[in-house]
Design a protein around this ligand. Sequence first.
Ligand code: FNR
Length: 334
Amino acid sequence: MDHVNYALSTGQGKGNMFDDIRFVHQALPDLGVDDVDLCPKTGDLKLKSPVFINAMTGGGGERTEKWNAILARTARETGMAMAVGSQMSALKDPSERTSFEVVRKENPNGVIFSNLGSEASLEQAKQAVEMIEADALQIHLNVVQELTMPEGDRDFKGALERIQHISESLNVPVIVKETGFGISYETALKLAGASVSAIDASGYGGTNFAKIENERRPRKLEYFQDWGIPTAAAIIEVRRAFGGTVFASGGITDAQDMVKAFLLGADAAGLAGAFLKLAIEEGESRLIESVNELHEDLAMMMTALGAASIQDLRNCPAVVSGNLANYLLVRGFD
Ligand code: FNR
């Protein structure tokens, strides 16, 4: 509940660097809006929409159950995949299961991702997937969040070995994600060697878990509040190292940011904070309407860029300037 309340009060940050990208308009696209295919090519993850609801809530009683039900029905009505929040609490206390199970109950045929931290064992991964008949498992990496959390973990050894063991043994695909501090080229290379199916770059510039956790502690760790790889840069970092499915998240709020994310090499985009705010402050029907608008806006912009599919966007030119251009230069990425 603290996370939800502080996520809403601290809001979405700025600084994911999407503003440093400008599209190059194509006046002869030779394409109609109806020809645009929004279905992403994501291998063993069969997604119908390039937009998904990223991991947020679960556990925490009736209120979380109600929000998860709203999010699950929205996913059902719009064809989006949905990730639940970390299921560790429900593995430890079965009374917490209902707020996760409601997601499958409301959306029996939809694509649902389980979620656990990198401390999870293979047995826990299997139980989490079974709990909601999940189609994939997200494993989150959240070192900075844990370090900022007064009661958080302080030892992060052995995570890659556990991820590899789970990826090689679980019967559903494994997605590894950050929680808003970004995945680097070096980390993505390690994950590529650990047989993961997908990486969610989850960069800096949206929900800020250092800010959220600092709200819960007397001595603030200010240095972590501006920590992390901006989302646009994180997508590029991951895509250079990893040939599998790449997800983009971290401060994505509109279709324009999504098109930029796809242009940089992402296959689908996840929204957490923005959907939570809409669900809680504006309600279910407005949330569904906004997702339909996102789909419509994507098709409009893709038409103007001459891209008939999400994959085609990778071949569209764009101009990168400002901080993102400097970042790429200094990192040696062209
Ligand atoms: C999150 N996020 C998250 N991620 C995860 O893997 N497991 C979790 O349990 C949670 N919990 C959670 C709660 C709340 C209230 C929020 C807003 C977010 C992180 C989320 O999936 C995402 O990676 C980041 O929030 C960045 O995306 P946005 O919010 O900027 O779109």
